[in-house]
Write a protein that binds this ligand. Structure first.
Ligand SMILES: [Zn+2]
Ligand SMILES: [Zn+2]
Length: 113
């Protein structure tokens, strides 16, 4: 089961992200949105190397953790996959630099094995 989500900001920035993996392949494929300082929001399959798929840096931070997300402890978890979790709002927007990026659940994939 994997979530296809959209992250969007009031400034117009949007990114499609994936969280989770499929039951039959989750040991090879487990996705989570990360922030790359250069490329912005990127999807990383962290079962492989945790590095940016565009510029290959390992200087990436998973959303849901400082410094790319505000303190998440007071808000309900909106999206979760394994040890990664994030609340709906309070995420750093790579375009405007505000913590106004939000998750929207666009579609929910439920693929039976
Ligand atoms: Zn990058
Ligand atoms: Zn923005």
């Amino acid at each position: 089961m994997a979530d296809l989500l959209e992250m969007s900001c009031a400034c117009g920035y949007r990114a499609q992200v994936r969280a989770g993996g499929l039951m039959r392949s989750f040991e090879q494929e487990s996705w989570w949105p990360f922030n790359c300082k250069k490329c912005g929001v990127v999807n990383i399959n962290w079962r492989n190397d945790v590095r940016c798929p565009s510029c290959a840096t390992t200087d990436v931070t998973p959303y849901g953790q400082a410094p790319v997300s505000l303190d998440q402890t007071s808000e309900a978890t909106y999206v979760q996959a394994w040890n990664y979790k994030a609340s709906k709002s309070g995420h750093l927007c790579p375009r405007c630099g505000d913590y106004s990026l939000k998750f929207n659940r666009e579609r929910f994939w439920v693929l039976a094995d």
